[in-house]
Write a new protein. Structure first.
Length: 292
C-alpha cells in the first residue's frame, strides 16, 4: 500500500470522527428550571421499616409482589424486579431503616452516558428510561455512582429497570406511589427547593435529632431524592466520597471520545493491515524473483 493511500484512509477516518459528533452524549448542565424540579425528602428518623413503599412501587409499576418474609439487611439492593428496597443499618443510635431507589440526579451520569438519550432527565425531575431508544450498550449502568440501573440478563427481550419516580403520576399532578402509601409520612413529595428549606428547618429546629447534613442537596451536583438522618450518612451505607460536581462534567471528555474511538480506530487498523499485506506481497515477489 502506498503512503498516499495510507494518508487517504486516515483522512477518511478523521472525517468520520467529525461526523461522530452527532452521537455525542447529552450535554451536562442542561438543567432547566432547577428550582421547579420535583423531588422527595426522606426523613429516616421516622421510617418504620414497614416496606409499604416496596409493595406500592411494585403494584404501581406492574412488578412482582415483594416477598413478605425478608430480613431487612444493610446489603439489600434494587433489582430488575424491585425498584425500591428498605434496608436496615445498625448505627450509633440503634437500628435505622432506609428506603433505597434511584436518586434522580439533577445532572444524571446515566443520561449523559446514553448515546441515544434512552435515559432522559425530564423537565419535571424524574430520570426515565425509554425502551424505543435504547440500543443495549449499558453505559448507564457503568456510569451511575449509585449502582441503580439494572439489566434483565435472564430475559429474552432485556430491559433496563429502575425507579421512574412514577413519572406518569407526576405528570397528572399526583404523588409517587411510595410517597402516597407511606403510613409514617416519612416521605414528602414536592418542589426540590421547598424540600431543602423544609429539611433545614427540621435540622435547625431539632438539632439533637438530626445531623447537620441534607444528603442529596449537593452530592454529585444534587439529587431529586433528599435524606435526613440522626447519624452520619456513612453509617447508613451512603457514599460520602462523591464530591459535589455532577458526574457528566467529570466524564464529558471521555464520553465524547467514545464515538471518536469507534470511528477512527477501525479505519486506522484497516490501513495498517493493508500496508502490512502489501509489504508481505512485495517480499513474496522478491523471493520468487530471486529464486528464478
Amino acid at each position: 500500500m502506498k503512503r498516499r493511500d495510507l494518508l487517504k484512509t486516515l483522512c477518511a477516518a478523521g472525517g468520520a470522527s467529525v461526523a461522530a459528533t452527532a452521537l455525542r452524549a447529552e450535554e451536562p448542565g442542561a438543567v432547566v428550571g432547577e428550582r421547579d424540579r420535583l423531588g422527595v425528602l426522606v426523613d429516616t428518623t421516622s421510617c418504620l421499616g414497614c416496606r409499604m413503599c416496596e409493595y406500592a412501587c411494585a403494584d404501581a409499576n406492574g412488578l412482582p409482589t415483594p416477598e413478605a418474609d425478608v430480613e431487612l439487611t444493610a446489603t439489600r439492593q434494587t433489582s430488575p424486579d424491585q425498584w425500591s428496597v428498605v434496608c436496615r443499618f445498625e448505627t450509633d443510635r440503634g437500628p435505622v431503616s432506609v428506603k433505597r431507589q434511584c436518586l434522580h440526579c439533577l445532572q444524571p451520569a446515566c443520561a449523559s452516558a446514553c448515546l441515544t438519550k434512552a435515559m432522559l432527565k425530564t423537565p419535571e425531575g424524574p430520570v426515565i428510561w425509554r425502551e424505543s431508544k435504547c440500543m443495549g450498550c449499558r453505559y448507564c449502568m457503568v456510569s451511575c455512582p449509585f449502582d441503580v440501573p439494572k439489566f434483565e440478563y435472564d430475559s429474552a427481550v432485556p430491559k433496563i429497570q429502575k425507579c421512574q419516580l412514577c413519572f406518569d403520576k407526576v405528570q397528572e399532578g399526583k404523588e409517587p406511589a411510595c410517597v402516597a402509601n407511606c403510613p409514617a409520612r416519612c416521605l414528602t413529595f414536592g418542589r426540590r427547593s421547598e424540600l431543602i428549606d423544609l429539611a433545614w428547618s427540621r435540622v435547625y429546629g431539632e438539632p439533637d435529632r438530626y445531623v447537620r447534613h441534607v444528603y442529596g442537596e449537593h452530592e454529585v451536583g444534587g439529587t431529586s431524592w433528599l435524606y435526613l438522618s440522626a447519624v452520619p450518612f456513612d453509617q447508613l451505607g451512603f457514599r460520602t466520597d462523591l464530591g459535589t460536581t455532577g458526574y457528566p462534567v467529570l466524564t464529558k471528555e471521555f464520553l465524547y471520545a467514545v464515538p471518536l474511538v469507534l470511528t477512527l480506530v477501525p479505519p486506522f487498523l484497516l490501513a495498517l493491515s493493508r500496508a502490512t499485506r502489501a509489504r508481505d506481497e512485495g517480499e513474496e515477489e522478491y523471493d520468487d524473483g530471486g529464486g528464478a
